[in-house]
Design a protein around this ligand. Structure first.
Ligand code: DQA
Length: 151
């Protein structure tokens, strides 16, 4: 089976994981999460590139670079989830399958977090399982892409 190329894109402030609001986001660092995901991806016939950006423009550029080089994207756009038409348009523009993930359950939190600009153009959203949201999101994306390869 062909190895799938996946971009895992983390948005603003996620570089502070392990320090930031630990009661909400847990104690794992971004490096911990990326290392566990990369480990997991080996059994899923997929290769991950993990990137984190604090600025909206850098995220848009990372999404553009995925065109022609990646098969799909797992994205936690952080606060840009709730504000960024530009990131949504970039994802629509490259037209790659996208899974949206969040560590916290955004629907249990402040109302401004209840709206996602990304959800309507994503395959699906996984929210509330801590670092497992990324693992579940990756598995869902890989299953989708493998299903497409064989059909
Ligand atoms: C988050 C939820 C967002 O509302 C918040 O702005 C984040 C992290 C999460 O993973 O739970 O930065 O995307």
């Amino acid at each position: 089976m062909q190895q799938l190329q996946i971009l895992v894109l983390h948005g603003p402030n996620l570089n502070l994981l392990g320090v930031r609001e630990r009661s909400i986001y847990g104690v794992l660092t971004l490096e911990d999460i990326n290392a566990a995901l990369k480990n997991h991806s080996a059994g899923l016939h997929s290769h991950l590139e993990c990137q984190q950006h604090n600025s909206e423009g850098a995220m848009v550029e990372a999404i553009h670079k995925a065109l022609g080089t990646k098969d799909g994207i797992v994205i936690n756009a952080g606060a840009y989830t709730h504000t960024s038409v530009a990131i949504r348009d970039a994802l629509s523009g490259v037209n790659l399958p996208v899974v949206e993930v969040h560590l916290s359950n955004i629907y249990q939190r402040e109302s401004f977090r209840h709206h996602s600009y990304i959800a309507p153009i994503a395959l699906g959203q996984i929210s509330g399982f801590g670092a497992d949201s990324y693992r579940l999101g990756l598995e869902a994306l890989v299953r989708y892409l493998q299903g497409r390869q064989t059909s």
